[in-house]
Design a protein around this ligand. Structure first.
Ligand code: 6PG
Length: 248
């Protein structure tokens, strides 16, 4: 477990560009020593803005995308093609282009299943856990995540781990979430154990509305109040924020 390091950027725009630059540089560094590389993406405004910044970066062509796998920290359990799907939003700003022209294999996008008739959110979570286990080292249940990104909610949630909510005590690698306080109500999420297995965990937050959540998370609030304060990378935990999110 690594102690958090907080990096403050002046604005949300600079922050999303800096997250993109950091991700691309990290991929270049890692690809010089090991491959394939597993990256976990986040939904949310800033997460998607950061992917759009990746698409706009001149470095995007320098990565060997054929050896990168993408996962999601959480996914909204809605029908395939629904605009609320985190994977759809990520595809629109970046991933479709990586597949179409930069060599990312379509099968390297590992999504939690969309909602389907007769399939519960818990069954979808179990299917996502099976997919994760397929890419785990022998005897393991999870791929070796290099970077895992998490947006932070105004209530200090991360992924779909909400304060005072069922997912906080979920065992295993994934959980189905019902009655999410942030719509839509059904979600599939990685658990704390799965998140905390990543080498680097990057929490990203911008805007005044997140200032209280950031301060409570970094101030040691209990997990039931501030789940975001209880995620850590094994090697590095970064809080990448803008000035407003730290009350400046
Ligand atoms: O699917 C989701 O809704 C999420 O993955 C969620 O955890 C998100 O990252 C935060 O709520 C921050 O979202 P914003 O950046 O939009 O505030």
């Amino acid at each position: 477990m690594s102690a958090p390091l907080v990096v403050v950027h002046p604005t949300a725009e600079v922050l999303s560009d800096a997250v993109a630059a950091r991700l691309l540089t990290r991929l270049l560094d890692v690809q010089s020593v090991r491959t394939p590389v597993h990256v976990v993406l986040t939904g949310g405004t800033l997460g998607i803005a950061s992917l759009a910044s990746v698409a706009a970066s001149p470095l995007v062509g320098a990565i060997d995308w054929s050896a990168v796998h993408f996962w999601w920290g959480d996914e909204r359990y809605v029908a395939d093609g629904d605009a609320d799907r985190n994977e759809l939003q990520a595809r629109e700003v970046l991933l479709d282009r990586l597949v179409a022209s930069l060599g990312l294999p379509a099968e390297n996008l590992h999504v939690a299943p969309p909602a389907a008739h007769g399939v519960s959110v818990h069954q979808a979570a179990a299917a996502y856990a099976d997919e994760l286990a397929r890419f785990a080292p022998p005897g393991g249940t999870l791929p070796s995540f290099e970077v895992l990104m998490l947006g932070v909610g105004p209530d200090a949630h991360v992924a779909s781990l909400f304060p005072d909510h069922a997912g906080l005590s979920a065992l295993g690698t994934t959980a189905g979430i019902e009655n999410s306080p942030k719509p839509p109500p059904l979600r599939v999420t990685l658990t704390f154990d799965a998140i905390n297995s990543a080498r680097e965990v990057w929490l990203i937050a911008s805007g005044e509305a997140k200032a209280d959540a950031v301060s409570r998370s970094l101030g040691g609030a209990p997990v039931e109040e501030a789940p975001a304060g209880h995620v850590h990378g094994t090697e590095r935990t970064l809080w990448l924020v803008d000035a407003a999110a730290v009350g400046r």
